[in-house]
Design a protein. Structure first.
Length: 172
């Protein structure tokens, strides 16, 4: 086992909505995923990654639990990763870590509910490599689904301030 070149500085859940469905004919529904990744202006190796995961009722699908959860993480990419690979590395691995945290939270919350525990599938974010054509740009944003993509700007400002403080400490 070797340490990862990606360091998780911190992560938090900026939004959690979770409720049990009251419908009798419940079945699994598709997940909606929205992701974004942005580097810090003072340090292009420090990234803020945001992942939003939703499961909602549709006309055809009524899941046992409805949820909308957003997690934000601050990551630093080690110098062993080449500069042109940093955006992809931060985005793919950061989203994987945040998804795991949301997956664990959904499992825990659903285990305390009236329906059977939900075990979200294991996923890979490597498809961002195929979906993202401008990875060499300094700022990237990957949106799997554009519906409801507006974010809470007040929460983003708080996270950006945390990133700025951490980046300043690193440059001193």
């Amino acid at each position: 086992m070797i340490p990862s070149p990606l360091k998780l500085e911190t992560y938090c859940f900026t939004s959690i909505h979770f409720e049990a469905s009251t419908e009798k004919n419940t079945k699994d529904a598709s997940l909606r995923v929205t992701t974004s990744a942005k580097y810090h202006e003072d340090n292009p190796r420090v990234w803020m990654v945001e992942l939003r995961l939703c499961q909602e009722k549709t006309k055809k699908e009524i899941p046992p639990y409805l949820f909308d959860i957003t997690a934000v993480g601050i990551f630093e990419v080690g110098k062993e990763i080449e500069d042109d690979r940093v955006p992809l590395f931060a985005s793919v691995n950061g989203n994987s870590i945040l998804y795991s945290a949301i997956r664990e939270l959904v499992g825990y919350l659903s285990s305390k509910g009236p329906h059977p525990k939900v075990q979200l599938p294991v996923v890979s974010f490597i498809d961002q490599l195929q979906n993202q054509t401008d990875l060499k740009e300094k700022k990237i944003s990957v949106v799997t689904e554009k519906k409801n993509a507006k974010k809470n700007t007040a929460k983003k400002k708080v996270i950006k301030k945390k990133v700025a403080k951490k980046a300043k400490r690193k440059t001193k």
